[in-house]
Design a protein around this ligand. Structure first.
Ligand code: CDP
Length: 788
């Protein structure tokens, strides 16, 4: 099913017309950096060249001599207000500015406030900092060795670098299943650090208005309400109460989870504005963004899979070491320190599973953000999809047949996984079959066999992933105690036009279009007559924001529920106007008519007008409703991707020849937007599979700190994506919809990696960690004796 209103609005999201707001430069743009306020000051940040060092002295003299520089702010200045540390979303602590030592290269050391951006930059370059280097710990395995230098010396009782241990599942049953297994496979899989590298970097304009005692912050945040609450909790003691804080999240140039955390720059800008009473702008540059903002992945995984000789999977066992950098600043729901990693049984009917994760501190920036991923689902999907492929190859069973045999079957839904999730709906075999038919799987296998005879390396990789999105049911999901509901508030004006506000925040996903479509479908008001707004805490109802593909499952559901409340009141008014009982009315989108007398009807516009001019005695005027939707379950989108690669045995280069992606996100609201989401997501899956990695040398120097070293795929490297879908509605979502934004990023890397290993399996290659660079493949080929 597709909602019928789509043609009316069609295209990608139209943005709120902020160009009409005089604070933005007219005609230039609608992003944070376009906010211009009179008397605005600029902030630039001094960053550490060392990964671990004591700060001996910060000398601001030369910086203060730069024309236009007003102040150099240090950790000691913030310490006076107890603002030098702040809490992370995982209830750890993070420095705003250091007082004693720095913990990673590019960490904030001091900030320079100036009358122009250029003066601030010159000032930052002129601040002199004396450091005393300390031993650096880069490898999380070494961080946990006895005798490793303890990094978090600020935590009085901390005697090691271990953050937490977390495990899930039935260890006894899993160990027993492995003991009895006829076949087992085991593999070390590393998912490297990567960065969201959104087009727009992070930044804010903080404006403390001393007359009204009110702080307004335009900022690049995916979760404005949660940020407001965090600011109030952190800075309440210096007089910032929640009702005196307004967070505005204007248009955002890509978030992907990287704009969920609070970064020190935001806090310093707020502090500087409160102290000076002037607006203060802080905008990161590209390298600061890449080197210092939160990272994703960095999971060292050891996985084992058990099966019977006939190829029936029986058990999964995983141990993981999570490198969190110097603080655990992941944006996971509090109950789940490893996010939703325990969806790692994937699409397969495994009877036993056990997973253990340990977090470790290292001298790196905070990691663990949910990069276009529902809290560690990418790590989970990559692991299970690699392992299933490994087992299929080991048993010499075609990977497609192997998956078909082990999938959770349609009749098993709702399906309780061995790790406790209740999958809402699915038809995994249907999606894989469609992908196989689309790509011509059998022909490709024949082609591969012939090519192999000629010494050519061709591989076919499958990834049949199950996603878990829509965090989440308040019973289990909160961030810093805030339950993960989301909201929609609708007001229908007397003339039948409407405004709808949401607790989420689009970063380019087109919410303005799709939310309007949902409301148009539910209320019969044309989508063009519905103004959708998000991202302003003074006007929008409270919500937890947009990340982890939660908008459709949670706020999209809130839209439907709020619209149905509006419709219930509209029915009462229509009954009054038509002088019939409510039960005698039939609804079709846009009007109520009397059963058996279709000419006797009232349109939603007539009813809206009556709600303000001629409503029944005893009824409150107006036509509006709000819903704070607490989802009964998560939604479980899924898909099957098939990738065909050719590997150049001379250079090691991998070329994606074809890539078919069949996605299932339940009922689709806007097919064009969904396709756009899948296209973007696939490119963001290709990126870590073949190109992207941020690594560090042994003294903590970042190796991927600019786009010269951090290789983003461009249109040149990106293959033609062949997309399609199946539709398996969610039984509990009011619209039958599931999220889609991250599916492709989650599912694609394993398809590519599996294709490359498939191409090289006959040479003895069993696994290659992503990114699968030409250098890695070339080296492997030489090791396996391939010469060309
Ligand atoms: O939370 P986020 O907006 O990133 O993710 P989402 O809920 O997966 O939605 C991404 C975009 O796709 C939104 O504009 C949705 O309304 C749209 N979508 C859709 O049209 N149909 C679906 N079944 C799911 C999402």
């Amino acid at each position: 099913m597709e909602l019928k209103t789509s043609p009316e609005v069609g295209g990608m999201g139209h943005s709120i017309k902020r160009k009409e707001d005089p604070r933005f430069i007219r005609g230039k743009g609608t992003y944070v950096d376009d906010v211009q306020l009179p008397g605005m000051l600029y902030l630039d940040i001094v960053r550490s060249p060392h990964a671990h060092a004591k700060i001996v002295k910060i000398d601001p003299a030369k910086a203060l001599a730069v024309k236009g520089v007003l102040a150099v702010i240090t950790g000691k200045d913030l310490e006076k207000y107890n603002l030098h540390w702040m809490p992370t979303l995982m209830s750890d602590t993070q420095m705003v500015l250091p007082v004693e030592k720095v913990m990673y290269q590019a960490q904030e050391v001091a900030a320079v406030l100036a009358t122009s951006r250029y003066a601030a930059a010159d000032g930052a370059a002129a601040v002199e900092v004396q450091y005393e280097p300390l031993p650096v710990v880069v490898d999380p395995r070494k961080a946990l060795e006895p005798g490793a230098p303890v990094l978090r010396t600020d935590k009085k009782d901390k005697k090691d670098n271990h953050i937490w241990h977390w495990e899930w599942g039935d260890k006894g049953a899993t160990d027993r299943a492995f003991g009895e297994a006829a076949v087992t496979v085991k593999e070390d899989i590393y998912l490297p650090r990567i960065h969201v590298a959104s087009i727009e970097t992070c930044g804010c304009v903080a404006h403390f208005d001393k007359v009204n005692d009110k702080l307004t912050v335009w900022m690049t945040t995916q979760a404005p309400h949660a940020i407001r609450t965090v600011f109030a909790l952190v800075a309440g003691h210096v007089g910032l109460a929640e009702h005196k804080i307004r967070i505005i999240s204007p248009d955002i140039g890509g978030g992907f989870g990287g704009k969920v955390p609070v970064y020190p720059g935001y806090v310093i800008a707020v502090a500087a504005s409160v102290l000076t009473g002037k607006p203060v702008k802080w905008i990161e540059d590209r390298m600061e963004n890449l080197q210092a903002d939160s990272f994703a992945r960095d999971y060292h995984i050891t996985a084992e899979l058990a099966a019977r000789t006939d190829g029936t999977l029986t058990a999964l066992r995983i141990k993981t070491l999570a490198d969190h950098g110097y603080t655990d600043a992941a944006a996971n729901p509090s109950k789940f320190p490893a996010g939703l990693f325990h969806v790692c049984t994937g699409s397969y009917d495994l009877k036993a599973a056990h997973v253990e994760v340990d977090g470790a501190y290292t001298n790196k920036p905070p990691g663990g953000i949910a990069y276009r991923c529902s809290f560690r689902v990418t790590e989970a999907v990559h692991t299970i999809e690699r392992m299933v492929d490994l087992m299929a190859h080991q048993l010499n069973i075609d990977p497609a047949d192997f998956r078909m045999k082990n999938f959770v079957k349609p009749e098993q839904f709702p399906y309780k996984s061995a790790l406790g999730w209740e999958y809402d709906s699915g038809n995994y075999g249907g999606a894989l079959k469609k992908a196989m038919d689309t790509i011509g799987y059998a022909d490709l296998r024949r082609d591969q066999a012939e090519k192999r005879k000629r010494g050519q390396l061709m591989g076919i990789g499958i990834s049949s992933f199950t996603e878990i999105v829509g965090a989440g049911p308040s019973k289990h999901f909160d961030i810093l105690g805030l339950k993960m509901f989301d909201s929609c508030e609708i007001r229908v004006h007397p003339t039948g036009k409407a405004i709808a506000r949401f607790g989420t925040k689009s970063q380019g996903q087109g919410h303005e279009t799709t939310y309007a479509q949902i409301l148009a479908e539910e209320l019969g008001i044309p989508a063009a007559d519905i103004q959708v707004e998000e991202g302003d805490t003074d006007t929008a109802p409270y919500g937890l924001g947009t990340y982890a593909s939660r908008s459709t499952p949670v706020a999209g559901a809130a839209a439907a529920v709020a619209a149905r409340k509006v419709r219930d009141k509209a029915r009462k008014i229509a009954a009054y106007l038509l002088e019939v009982a409510e039960d005698d009315l039939v609804w079709e989108p846009g009007k109520f008519s009397v059963k058996g007398a279709p000419n006797k009807s009232k349109t939603i516009q007539d009813i809206a007008f009556a709600a303000y001019t001629n409503h029944p005695q005893g009824m409150e005027a107006g036509l509006e409703a709000v819903s704070y939707y607490d989802p009964p379950n998560l939604t479980y989108p899924f898909g099957s991707y098939i990738c065909v690669v050719d590997v150049d045995s001379g250079t090691g280069e991998v070329k994606v020849r074809r890539f078919v992606a069949i996605d299932d996100c339940g009922n689709i609201i806007n097919p064009m937007i969904v396709q756009g989401q899948v296209h973007g997501g696939l490119t963001m899956g290709l990126a870590p599979a073949l190109y992207e990695e941020i690594s560090y040398d042994e003294i903590g120097n970042v190796q991927g700190g600019s786009f010269i070293d951090y290789l983003l795929p461009t249109a040149v490297e990106t293959p033609k994506w062949e997309t399609g879908h199946t539709v398996t509605p969610s039984p509990h979502h009011p619209l039958g919809a599931k999220g889609v934004g991250e599916s492709a990023t989650v599912g694609a890397p394993a398809a590519i990696a599996n294709a490359v290993v498939d191409a090289l399996w006959h040479l003895g290659v069993r696994h290659i960690d992503i990114p699968i660079t030409p250098a890695k493949v070339w080296k492997l080929l030489r090791e396996k004796g391939v010469t060309e």
